[in-house]
Design a protein around this ligand. Structure first.
Ligand code: ZN
Length: 196
């Protein structure tokens, strides 16, 4: 999968202690195992001059107190509560000053956040999505990108998940709905610096 660095961002979804650390509230070993592959994706995009976006799932303790229907705490239990260690990005990932860190409050990193405006302002149209959980926040964010006429490409071997078939579902549906997924080894810039 060749990408154009000037119009591409890596979207790293929810690589937080709550999901990726053994002491996290919604820890799943495959999410921890995704840390190294996700770091590799970031490095590939960054080295080529592409943008890097990290999303953080963050829930104020009272977020779902008065909701009509959408209640993640009811479904998942309390997780990544605002201001807690659980909600911090894992230490292993390298956040640079020029990266965007998006605080999201639902499965969809575009919903009521600054993500779309930031991408448009930076001329970014193509997104390489990785992170966790594959079938929840990665897939919903990929779908939301596609609905905005951005190009979502899920990196299938840089995903965290709870069950293997959740990941298979996410990759299959990202491919089916939007027509593109890729693997880490296949990601390369259209023209690498060494070509010049
Ligand atoms: Zn959540």
């Amino acid at each position: 999968m060749q990408f154009e660095p000037t119009t591409t961002a890596a979207i790293v979804v929810d690589m937080q202690n709550g999901f990726c650390h053994p002491d996290g509230s919604l820890y799943a070993p495959p999410s921890e195992a995704a840390i190294a592959p996700v770091a590799d994706v970031v490095e590939t995009i960054r080295a080529a001059g592409g943008a890097v976006v990290y999303t953080r799932d963050v829930h104020p303790p009272e977020q779902f107190d008065d909701t009509h229907y959408y209640d993640e705490f009811d479904r998942w239990g309390e997780h990544v509560v605002e201001g807690t260690w659980d909600a911090e990005l894992v230490d292993e990932l390298d956040v640079h000053e020029e990266d965007l860190v998006v605080e999201k409050h639902t499965y969809d990193a575009f919903y009521q956040t600054n993500l779309e405006g930031w991408l448009r302002a930076h001329g970014i149209s193509d997104l390489l999505l990785c992170g966790t959980l594959a079938n929840v926040c990665v897939l919903h964010t990929a779908g939301s990108a596609g609905l905005r006429d951005l190009r979502p490409i899920v990196v299938e071997d840089a995903l965290g998940f709870i069950e293997d078939d959740h990941k298979a579902y996410a990759v299959e549906h990202a491919d089916w709905l939007f027509g593109e997924t890729t693997t880490m080894d296949a990601i390369e810039p259209v023209s690498s610096p060494t070509d010049e």
